[in-house]
Ligand binder design. Structure first.
Ligand code: MLT
Length: 265
């Protein structure tokens, strides 16, 4: 792990391997370790860069609201600090995908391709946004454990919950280690994010969309529709996975990314 200074703060970044760069952007409320299997395998052929986002993982606690725009600008600053000038394959899961839309909007010249995993383009509904604000208050009052209790049932496929307890425990541990005010800041940022659906028809970089067949948060029907709206996007559905496809079915996800990148190199 490296600690780098960028955008007026410090970031922990896993940066390994050589070759064309892949930027891995974790979901909420997690950290870069969710990509461990992909980093291990793909670093043999690529430079893999997986930061902890502002407020998460080993980074300093944040307060207030962190917008998807801020996260995207942080990533560009991290690439600058690491002297990455070659355009990157941007690989984001869920909130990482929401950040991906902003990276496309604001830092297009830094982008070679998009890999969007278990994510959506639309904004929150009014009720959804209100619920996020409420959850932020609950977490601030009661701690991150509240999230760690409720999230696994939503994040994982039934088979993962039953047969892969180590993965579930790892995620719970990461959530419990995250500061409540950082969780609240990202919740508020997601609540105010804009609708990126109109952007889909503008996307002109190679795009791979991956969805866990049992994803309840960003379900396959929705992700299929999203992939259809992006010109020539490839779509892969992974069996026996929920929302955390890269952890639940690491080999399938890594193979899909590897093949996609080989096809577009
Ligand atoms: C994530 O995995 O990043 C979250 O499920 C995103 C969300 O809450 O919309």
């Amino acid at each position: 792990m490296k600690t780098i200074t960028a955008a007026g703060t410090t970031f922990a970044v896993d940066d390994r391997g050589t070759g064309s760069p892949i930027l891995f952007v974790h979901g909420f409320p997690l950290d870069h370790t969710m990509w461990e299997a992909q980093l291990e395998s793909l670093s043999r052929t690529h430079r893999v860069i997986a930061p902890d986002l502002r407020g998460f993982g080993k980074n300093a606690v944040v307060e207030g609201t962190v917008t998807m725009e801020q996260f995207a600008d942080d990533l560009a600053a991290i690439l600058d600090a690491l002297s990455v000038t070659e355009p990157v394959a941007f690989c984001g899961l869920s909130m990482g995908g929401y950040i991906g839309w902003q990276f496309f909007r604001r830092h297009l010249t830094r982008l070679s391709s998009l890999i969007l995993i278990d994510t959506v383009a639309k904004a929150d509904s009014e009720e959804g946004a209100a619920q996020r604000h409420k959850t932020a208050e609950t977490v601030l009052a009661q701690g991150a454990e509240v999230m760690a209790k409720v999230m696994p049932a939503k994040l994982f496929a039934e088979g993962t919950l039953k047969h892969k307890p180590a993965i579930v425990e790892r995620i719970k541990h990461v959530i419990c280690s995250t500061a409540p005010s950082s969780i609240a800041a990202a919740l508020r940022g997601m609540a105010v994010r804009s609708d990126s659906t109109p952007l889909l028809t503008d996307i002109d970089v190679p795009t791979l969309v991956i969805c866990g067949a049992e994803d309840q948060i960003t379900p396959p029907e929705e992700m299929r529709k999203m992939a259809t709206a992006i010109d020539e996007a490839e779509y892969a559905e992974v069996a026996n996975a929920g929302h955390m496809t890269p952890m639940e079915q690491p080999e399938a996800v890594t193979a899909a990314i590897r093949q996609f990148l080989a096809n577009h190199s």
